[in-house]
Design a protein around this ligand. Structure first.
Ligand code: HEM
Length: 123
């Protein structure tokens, strides 16, 4: 929701959310299902941290898929600060500088590789 508020163009990429008010999107089942997909992907990525080649293939595929969803390469990185802000309160005292830096590094790498794959797909 934070991302849609700061970047309304991102909301437009999701067909079911076009033209909807913030409150309508907030309670939609499509928003919940996309959030679960993103978190499912992050979980998969974390499980493959010790298999960098596999992980990169997975991320590239996700990036290529996003081209077909109509997302722009520059939009993917906008998720990083929003992701950190959303996860921080759920961890309470366990949110340390090291934890923040680990999530930030993971998300920056994921979104960087997605963007590269999208730019290649667009060529
Ligand atoms: C870290 C960033 C992101 C991750 C990890 C991510 C992950 C995913 C995943 C796993 C799916 C399910 C389908 C598939 O496996 O390809 C999906 C679908 C989708 N994503 Fe993303 N996404 C990200 C950012 C974005 C952004 C910034 C946008 C919009 C500009 C976007 C738009 C969409 C759309 C339109 C779909 C298809 C509809 C849906 O599944 O609800 N995604 N995303």
């Amino acid at each position: 929701m934070g991302l849609f508020e700061t970047h309304p163009d991102v909301q437009e990429v999701f067909a079911p959310f076009r033209g909807l008010q913030v409150e309508q999107v907030k309670h939609s089942k499509e928003l919940r299902s996309h959030a679960l997909r993103v978190m499912g992907f992050v979980e998969k990525a974390v499980r493959r941290l010790d298999q960098p080649d596999k992980l990169e293939r997975l991320i590239r595929e996700c990036g290529r898929n996003h081209c077909h969803y109509g997302a722009h390469p520059h939009q993917v990185q906008l998720v990083v600060p929003q992701f950190l802000q959303a996860v921080q309160p759920t961890l309470g005292d366990e949110w340390t500088g090291d934890v923040e830096s680990a999530w930030s590094t993971l998300l920056h790498n994921v979104t960087y590789i997605m963007r590269e794959a999208m730019l290649e797909e667009e060529k």
